[in-house]
Each structure stands twice: as C-alpha cells, then as structure tokens.
Write a protein that binds this ligand. Structure first.
Ligand code: C5P
Length: 215
C-alpha cells in the first residue's frame, strides 16, 4: 500500500495572504491541485491542515483525501501525517508545488521500491556564490531538492522519531534520512515542480496553469 502525505498546514506568512494551500491558481487551490495529482496513483491521500483550515479543506476535497491537523512546523505536520497512516510506502509532497505529473510520481515510486528512499532533484542552472565572500560554488556538484520524496515507512518513521528526540530539524524529509546515515536515491524532478513562496511565484504559476491545465 502506498500513501501520499501532503503537509499543507503552513500559514503562508511570507505571502501574507492567508494559508498558502488555499490560494487559487487559475480556479483551483494549491491544495486541490496537490491532491488531484495523486488520485489514481496511490492507495490513499492524507493532508495535514491547520485547525482553522479544516472546514474549507473539507468542502474543497469532498472526500478525495483524509484530513488531519498539522503541527507548528512542517516537520511536526509530517510526523502527524506519518502517525495517521499504516501504508508501507510513503510519498511526501508539499502543497506549495501545484504542478506534479504522473511521470514524476512513477519515477519516485520506482526508486523507493529499489532503494528505500528517494527524492526528486534538479541540476542548478544559475551560477551559485556565497553571499559574504562572493566565492563561486561548483554548481555541477549541487542539486536543488524538490518534492515528492518517497520512503519505506519504517525508514522515514525512524528518521523522524530520532530527529525529534535529538532536536534535529531539516527543511525536507530526505534530509532527516541522510542525517540518520541512510542513502537517498536521487531521481530527476521537473522545472514544473516550482515551489510557490513569494507573490511573483504565484503570478508565474497563474501563467503556467494555462499550459498545464490544457495539456
Ligand atoms: O513554508 P514552506 O513553504 O516551506 O512549507 C512547505 C510545506 O509545508 C507547505 O505545503 C506548508 O503548508 C507545509 N507546512 C505544514 N505545517 C507547518 C508549516 C508548513 O504542513 N507548520
């Protein structure tokens, strides 16, 4: 059994327009888009939202996903999601990335079967420098990490439990698995997996949605 877990409990502080997952991109909320991407691809979808989002999220999802209450941080929201499913294979995807294809989901699932933990990543096109020194980093060695990330249940649960006990935090779940000393397979992501963080990202997402929804 495979579960898709979607942390969507963020308050969207950087955008300042209410919970980010409830923002609309071309007529559909980020939450609806993230859930729709997994329908027919996994056995269950579980979404973490904040308490204040539950009525709206319940109406929007209309039974397509199970809703639970998230935590104060993304990591806590994911822990709550992990406790809410018994699935042997887990995919974790940020609601903030609305354009997730079936191909990417299939690649992650295949890599989880083969290696136990997998993340989508992209090569970095821009030149990268350290802001203080101006020193250039070798971008050929670097990757931008996206979601979804996939794991065997036992591995991701152990990583989250140990991280919680040790007070270790990471901005993604694969980071906790690596912290545990376990390898994470890297599979190719997509430029479509842009993350909506700032107002301009939302403007770009609106423009992209036309091509995405029409495809
Ligand atoms: O804030 P950021 O964009 O990094 O959040 C990534 C994802 O984690 C978002 O989908 C957001 O809703 C979710 N999140 C959460 N619980 C929190 C904070 C963020 O589920 N307390």
């Amino acid at each position: 059994m495979i579960a898709a877990l979607i942390p969507a409990a963020g308050e969207g502080a950087r955008l300042g327009r209410g919970p980010k997952a409830l923002l609309e991109v071309a007529g559909k909320t980020l939450l609806e888009r993230a859930v729709a991407a997994f329908l027919g691809q996994v056995d269950e979808v579980v979404v973490a939202v904040s308490a204040s989002m539950i009525p709206t999220a319940t109406r929007l999802l209309a039974g397509r996903a199970r809703l639970i209450e998230g935590g104060a941080t993304r990591q806590q929201s994911v822990m709550n999601l992990l406790m809410a499913t018994n699935a042997e294979r887990i995919l974790i995807h940020d609601a903030a990335r609305p354009f997730l294809s079936r191909e990417v989901i299939s690649r992650v699932i295949a890599a989880v079967e083969a290696y136990g933990a997998a993340s989508v990543v992209m090569p970095v096109a821009d030149t990268l420098i350290e802001s203080e020194s101006g020193r250039a980093l070798d971008r050929s060695l670097l990757r931008a990490v996206q979601t979804p990330q996939g794991f065997r249940r036992t591995l991701i649960l152990e990583a989250h439990r140990q991280a919680l006990a040790a007070g270790v935090t990471a901005t993604d779940d694969a980071g906790l698995v690596r912290w545990l000393g376990q390898p994470v397979a890297l599979v190719t992501g997509s430029p479509w997996l842009m993350k909506i963080t700032a107002t301009d990202d939302l403007v770009m997402a609106h423009a992209l949605a036309e091509a995405w929804d029409g495809a």
